[in-house]
Design a binder for this molecule. Structure first.
Ligand code: NI
Length: 198
């Protein structure tokens, strides 16, 4: 995650490309920064899809590319619904191909584990290694309202687990020891005070 968020040069062009394709009209939303009670809530299942929810998903894709990030969950823009978007594709020349998941569910997890240096758009500039199952099977509802199921590994597996955690009010720093977690939280409180002062 660190390598992508810190070094990715594709995201700016993805915003432009995505807008030129079918994300016209999508809006970049402000990202909720930890600590914030909205990041600690259990999010509600999305009922039947409608145009408002599809527009929300497009806004999230735009917000993710703009940040830039490789994943974003609805509570990170203050919406407490089970919706995540991701694009972990590292090919800079590839057209943007985000995955949008309504009501994502981890259906199965491998015994094999993988450790990634994780970050989060809601915890800017803070990174720490987190160990998670290396492969997961995920089920979700797509933009057309159709059920999907797919296996993910590598960065995708880490990302989808990180994003589903957000829907359950869990952050990657919750995997760290209390000292490290408190240190990061204090840094974020300071960051927010500085942002508020302008
Ligand atoms: Ni995150």
């Amino acid at each position: 995650m660190r390598e992508h968020w810190q070094d990715c040069g594709k995201c700016a062009s993805h915003v432009a490309q995505a807008r030129a394709l079918d994300y016209m009209g999508a809006m970049i939303k402000p990202i909720v920064i930890h600590p914030d009670p909205r990041l600690k809530k259990l999010c509600a299942d999305v009922p039947d899809l409608n145009d408002d929810l599809r527009a929300l998903a497009r806004d999230m894709v735009d917000t993710m590319y703009d940040a830039p990030g490789i994943g974003l969950a609805a509570p990170q823009i203050g919406v407490l619904s089970r919706l995540i978007v991701m694009d972990c594709n590292k090919d800079e020349d590839a057209a943007p191909d985000p995955i949008i998941m309504f009501n994502p569910q981890i259906l199965a997890s491998s015994d094999d584990l993988n450790t990634y240096e994780e970050g989060c758009l809601s915890i800017p500039d803070q990174f720490a290694p987190v160990t998670r199952p290396a492969e997961v099977r995920v089920g979700w509802i797509d933009m057309n309202g159709n059920p999907q199921e797919r296996d993910f590994d590598g960065l995708w597996a880490t990302c989808v687990q990180h994003e589903v955690d957000h829907l359950n009010g869990k952050l990657f720093i919750d995997y760290l020891g209390p000292m490290k977690r408190q240190m990061i939280t204090r840094k974020m409180q300071k960051y927010k005070r500085e942002q508020a002062r302008g």
